[in-house]
Design a protein around this ligand. Sequence first.
Ligand SMILES: [Zn+2]
Length: 283
Amino acid sequence: MRWQNRRLSDNVEDRRSGGGMRTLGVGGGIGGIIIVVLALLFNRNPQQVLQQVQQGSGNTQQSEQVTDNSDENSRFAATVLAETEDVWTKLFSEMNKTYQKPHMVLFRDFDQSGCGSAQAAMGPFYCPADEKVYLDLSFFNEMEQRFHVVGDFSRAYVIAHEVGHHVQNLLGITKKMDAMRSRLSEEEYNKLSVRLELQADFLAGVWAHHEQKMDDVLEAGDIEEALSAASAVGDDKLQKAAQGYVVPDAFTHGTSAQRMRWFKKGFESGNIKDGDTFNATDL
Ligand SMILES: [Zn+2]
């Protein structure tokens, strides 16, 4: 995937160093405001702190104080998030809707989400309550080491899948699912949540279709990388859920074959209308 030197999203909250909330990839703006707030909290002169930060980053537009060049994974995540913003903003405006961009929280080991505790062991997830994607970047290493999924586009697929859940949330699909929850047996609800997951895979494919059209980012083997990620995290190969915690993305996901099929379908069609997994007779 050709992703270097592209726009970084300014909707990334980097919480990896514990406690603080920082923003990646901004110049003055929000980054500046956050620095001022932090400075006030820690009893330091904001003007002085801002000057130090600007000197430290060589006065470039990007805030190098939050992500140095060796931090490739966080820059990659911020880049892919920015690409999903561009594609979904366009697709939503074509539906006469406004795309509200989700935040992405980068955390290490443990964090709090609007849906309960976030733990690295849970894998990435989307929390509809606070409209944020939670990602511990060590998951990318785990994909390589444990599941033998390699390649940057496999990581892009993971992010695009979670953003797919945000799209479902904005379109009211998540709400409908919640409303049905009390009326259905657990088994029936699980079947429905598989359809929700497969639709998120489809939406990841739709994103890849338009991202390629807009920016020509794909290289040979990229789609295969995404498919191998979809395959590796299918239910038949992986079923892990952290007990005792709210785990928004630990529902059943469908089989590897189903996940690959729906991602591919989204990639080939690029049309959100082709992704009605809820009424599909052949999943
Ligand atoms: Zn999911």
